[in-house]
Design a protein around this ligand. Structure first.
Ligand code: BMA
Length: 320
């Protein structure tokens, strides 16, 4: 492959030893690993990784690390598609793309449940990443890319999700008293024609709280004659009224350029489900590369917030 300094142009910097997780690290036979939820648990970094098995369905394994760079994978999946019980019919084609939000004693996990009814968002929770309780679907199909904010705002739980129609993939906000029943839907943002995120968008990592607003790292897709190109960008949402956009990056913060982002099951994909804020305000973005590997890129809150403000330059927030 042609080598050149593509890193030079990126906002988020790739970790030199990418990919950090490859299919051969999984204790069972599998096809690919990608799209991991990420959270700190005590002194451990936890990734909840999507593993696509050879049969074609995905399930979720825990990867653990003391440093955030080198991970070991648990022997058995933490969450797998139910075979029996009320939720089995909604996830018998697999469970995908988890996001983890800590609130109180629980780590809440939103994931995409796949079935012949199309993808929908399901909720589970764990206290210890050993035992999991499934709480079931929290959306109708077709819906994906759901992140729950890590605290109540004005007395309500808040989430971003991405209901999908034949032509539109927009990000919406909704509100809940109990994480189960959601309503008061509001459009948050849409793809922006003529920009880097023109065709489809969806939430990525769980929103990160900063003094300036909620920082949401999301993906934007440009459709091409050879399929979509998935890039990452960021948006800054008002702390008290997250339906208010303070700024949105006019350029992506990571684009698929490295060999592992281009050569895999789906080419030209960087896709995140989790990022971790460190004490020094650096951010570790864990991302799926070409739907085949898990990688890491690093940036910091100041860089992203400045870019969001630069993006808020009168070109609109994409509510078109
Ligand atoms: C999206 C999701 C992701 C996937 C991405 C790129 O629609 O299904 O799981 O990584 O497409 O293929």
């Amino acid at each position: 492959m042609l080598e050149y300094d593509y890193d030079k142009h990126e906002v988020a910097k790739r970790y030199v030893n990418n990919p950090i997780i490859t299919p051969d690290m999984i204790p069972e036979r599998c096809n690919t690993v990608f799209n991991a939820g990420a959270i700190k648990y005590g002194d451990e970094y936890i990734l909840l990784i999507r593993v696509e098995m050879l049969e074609n369905f995905s399930q979720l394994y825990v990867a653990r690390s003391k440093t955030g760079y080198d991970f070991k994978i648990d022997e058995k999946p933490l969450i797998f598609p139910s075979k029996t019980g009320p939720f089995a019919q909604y996830e018998n084609l697999g469970i995908e793309d988890p996001r983890i939000t800590k609130m109180g004693r629980y780590y809440y996990i939103t994931y995409t449940a796949y079935s012949r009814y199309d993808p929908l968002v399901s909720l589970a929770r764990t206290k210890d990443f050993v035992k999991v309780e499934k709480l079931g679907p929290i959306s109708l199909p077709s819906n994906k890319d759901c992140v729950i904010f890590p605290e109540k705002i004005n007395g309500k739980y808040i989430r971003i999700d991405r209901p999908m129609s034949a032509y539109k993939a927009n990000m919406w906000l909704s509100y809940s008293n109990d994480l189960k029943y959601w309503g008061d839907y509001k459009i948050l943002m849409t793809p922006r024609w003529g920009k880097w995120d023109p065709d489809r968008i969806g939430a990525g990592a769980v929103p990160i709280k900063t003094p300036y607003g909620w920082l949401e790292i999301y993906h934007g897709v440009k459709s091409t004659s050879r399929g979509g190109i998935y890039k990452l960008g960021a948006v800054l949402l008002d702390l008290e009224h997250p339906e208010k956009i303070l700024g949105r990056t006019n350029i992506p913060i990571l684009t698929p350029k490295a060999e592992y982002e281009r050569i895999g099951d789906i080419e030209n994909v960087v896709f995140t489900c989790g990022a971790i804020l460190e004490k020094d305000n650096s951010i570790k973005i864990y991302y799926g590369a070409s739907d085949s590997f898990i990688c890491l890129a690093e940036t910091d809150t100041e860089t992203l917030i400045n870019l969001c403000y630069e993006g808020n330059n009168g070109n609109g927030n994409g509510k078109n």
